[in-house]
Design a protein around this ligand. Structure first.
Ligand code: IMP
Length: 170
């Protein structure tokens, strides 16, 4: 295991993004949606620094591959409690890898008529993309590495690690 990012570096990025969101959504009350489970620590850090009225909510999804590499379905395991019609929704994810999860989730949320959707991810692995998806705000861009900690799991373990580590380097 190799240390990739210290807790403090990630918190600093959460703070920067929170400030940008505060400026962007001034005078509005966005719903800051945490994609369970991995995004919880980053979402919790980020919302502390959003200096405005916000509401928080949670969604739990899982994506499955279809017949080809670039298709799939997303299943909602736990849905948002609020009606998002006419609302600004900021979706917070732990990591964007192939891009499937968020590219499948986006049309499902769009059907509900939000005023806007904004995608934030703690980490981004653009070199792994199989579908076209570009998050609006990225904490850190990383290479093709499997990472754990700060919410990111290895078979449900390691989410509680304070820092982010590379798990399986050859
Ligand atoms: P995507 O649909 O391929 O973009 O994958 C998104 C999900 O895959 C993330 O929300 C994570 O749960 C998981 N994932 C992708 N890469 C990693 C990693 O390096 N560590 C832990 N989980 C990962």
């Amino acid at each position: 295991m190799r240390l990739l990012f210290k807790h403090e570096e990630i918190v600093e990025r959460a703070k920067d993004i929170a400030k940008q969101l505060t400026n962007r959504f001034k005078g509005k009350t966005p719903i800051v949606l945490c994609v369970l489970k991995g995004a919880c620590p980053f979402h919790s850090e980020m919302i502390k620094y959003m200096d405005m009225d916000i509401e928080v909510d949670y969604i739990h999804v899982s994506s499955y591959m279809g017949g080809t590499e670039s298709t799939g379905i997303v299943k909602i395991k736990k849905d948002i409690e609020q009606d998002i019609q006419g609302r600004d929704v900021i979706i917070v994810e732990d990591i964007v890898d192939t891009g499937r999860t968020l590219s499948l989730l986006k049309p499902l949320l769009m059907e509900r008529g939000p005023s806007s959707l904004t995608f934030v991810t703690m980490l981004d692995k653009p070199s792994k993309r199989v579908v076209d998806f570009v998050p609006d705000y990225v904490g850190k861009t990383i290479d093709d590495l499997f990472v754990i900690g700060f919410g990111l799991d290895l078979d449900e373990k390691c989410r509680n690690l304070k820092d982010i580590y590379v798990y399986n380097e050859d």
